[in-house]
Design a protein around this ligand. Structure first.
Ligand code: XLS
Ligand code: MG
Length: 344
């Protein structure tokens, strides 16, 4: 019985467009992606609200639910679950200045409308969880918003979502910047601070993304470990990132194998997955990737994860103990490097 179940989102397979150039690959229909995810060994699909219900803004609540039911049928056909739904609050003109923290009250109402619809969709798909990547919740111009006001507004928005549905759980996905300059919720610690401040703290947790932790100048395993210690690591977005620059969403482990190893080791040591949590990927193919290889980065990420899982299971804890007794951290570091290099 494999220890972990994996999930991926349809946006992980994308056309290669970036801020500086158009698509380099053809769009792939949702059904084809779902079918392929099943073939690759994924157990669940992550959704944005409009991945599941395209054109969501132009539909009424009943129509949205009906569209979501069609996606549920699709998932059933291929034997996949839905892990979560995330409101995409960064594409619409009404979220130019953020969603929950927009300086316009009307726009904040729109953000909540999308969030409530996301909850409706999650229920139709059989997913009990929202993920909130707070893309534009922050500032481009620091003087536009008081961080105190913004933090209070975010708590209000979370409370409104918790009120809307008495069962829904919310995993906040922190990120320190991009597309905003200054995010209001940059780390797992911020997310858990918010979780502690809402009306039902038991229903707000964290989604730690490896790349986002690196962007915050932090170690992904430490971010995950902090959330685990609080019982709040409800999902992860594994990927990789070369330093503090634009968000790269590289294949897991492709940049820093030792850091990836420590993430896998941490998940194993803490029995991650035993409460049904998925190992989620949030990876993007390179722009140069050709159509025929649109899924290769997902396959590679899984392969690297599994290889590191095998290494982590062989980690010599008795040797670690000896190193700690002798305070010989050099030896422990070298042992770890040798393990990763296939020399131990
Ligand atoms: C972007 C985020 C995004 C979320 C889902 O940086 O990682 O893909 O995971 O909304
Ligand atoms: Mg993510």
């Amino acid at each position: 019985m494999p220890r972990f179940k994996f999930s991926a989102g349809p946006w992980n397979v994308h056309s290669g467009a970036d801020s500086y150039g158009p698509a380099t690959r053809a769009e792939i229909p949702l059904e084809e992606k779902i079918k392929k995810f099943a073939e690759l060994g994924f157990s669940a699909v992550q959704f944005h609200d409009d991945d599941a219900v395209p054109g969501i803004n132009d539909l009424n609540e009943d129509q949205i639910r009906a569209e979501a039911r069609k996606v549920k049928a699709l998932l059933d056909t291929y034997g996949l679950a839905a892990e979560f739904v995330a409101p995409r609050l960064w594409m619409d003109p009404r979220t130019a200045d953020g969603g929950y923290l927009s300086t316009s009250e009307k726009d904040r109402e729109y953000a909540l409308w999308r969030s409530f619809r996301s909850i409706d969709i999650a229920k139709e798909l059989g997913a009990g969880m929202l993920v909130l990547w707070l893309a534009r919740e922050g500032t481009l111009c620091a003087e536009t918003k008081s961080p105190v006001w913004a933090t209070e507004k975010l708590i209000e928005a979370l409370n409104a979502m918790l009120d809307y549905d008495s069962g829904i759980r919310i995993a906040i996905e922190p990120k320190p910047n991009e597309p905003v300059d200054r995010s209001i919720c940059g780390t797992a610690g911020h997310a858990l601070g918010l979780a502690a401040a809402v009306k039902d703290p038991g229903r707000v947790g964290v989604n730690v993304e490896s790349a986002h932790a690196v962007l915050a100048g932090l170690d992904p395993a430490c971010e995950m470990g902090f959330a685990l210690a609080m019982g709040k690591l409800w999902t992860v977005h594994l990927n990789d990132q070369n330093g503090i620059k634009f968000d790269q969403d590289k294949s897991f482990g492709a940049e820093n194998l030792r850091s990836a190893f420590n993430q896998v080791k941490l998940l194993i040591e803490n029995n991650y997955g035993s409460k049904g949590e998925y190992v989620g990927l949030d990876v993007k193919a390179m722009r140069t990737t050709r159509d025929g290889e649109s899924y290769k980065h997902l396959r590679n990420s899984l392969e690297i994860f599994r290889a590191l899982e095998e290494k982590a299971l062989r980690f010599d804890y008795a040797f670690q103990k000896k190193c700690l007794e002798n305070r010989d951290f050099e030896a422990l570091e070298m042992y770890t490097m040798k393990l990763l290099m296939g020399l131990a």
